[in-house]
Design a protein. Structure first.
Length: 138
């Protein structure tokens, strides 16, 4: 960065998970780039836990608990609601899950993160909040 009396300038290297990049980072970039035109932004999208210091990044954006234990986390967005969806034909055939744990018995398309492992009955992610069946936003 140049002298602090001038406008901020220089390079900013950020690593982000795919969902964090699309839901949080991309929407914030346009106003940031308009306000700081002399800052060059380089983003690497990777769902793994990147070694921010070792890989020479200035910052990392991850969702929830996907933060290395020696990193400092700062909330930059509100909690996000997640949805489980299924076609009416599938739900009629396989039944509608009543709890998050029921999903382990269903044919699901899962995002396997290098930090999480398999989505199996003995290895379900921590779940909190409401689970609604047959609910739709109006």
């Amino acid at each position: 960065m140049r002298d602090t009396r001038e406008r901020p300038a220089g390079n900013l290297r950020i690593t982000a998970g795919e969902h964090a990049a699309s839901a949080v980072l991309w929407p914030a970039l346009k106003p940031f780039m308009l306000q700081y035109p002399d800052i060059n932004i380089e983003i690497t999208v990777d769902n793994g836990l990147t070694d921010i210091v070792g890989d020479r990044f200035d910052a990392g954006v991850r969702l929830g608990e996907q933060v290395a234990k020696d990193m400092i986390a700062v909330r930059i967005a509100p909690d996000m609601r997640m949805a489980v969806v299924g076609s009416p034909a599938y739900l009629q055939r396989a039944g509608t899950p009543q709890t998050p744990w029921d999903l382990a018995q269903h044919r699901c398309i899962n995002l396997r993160l290098p930090t999480r492992g398999d989505f199996t009955p003995g290895n379900l992610p921590a779940m909190a909040g409401r689970f609604r069946c047959g609910w739709r936003d109006s």
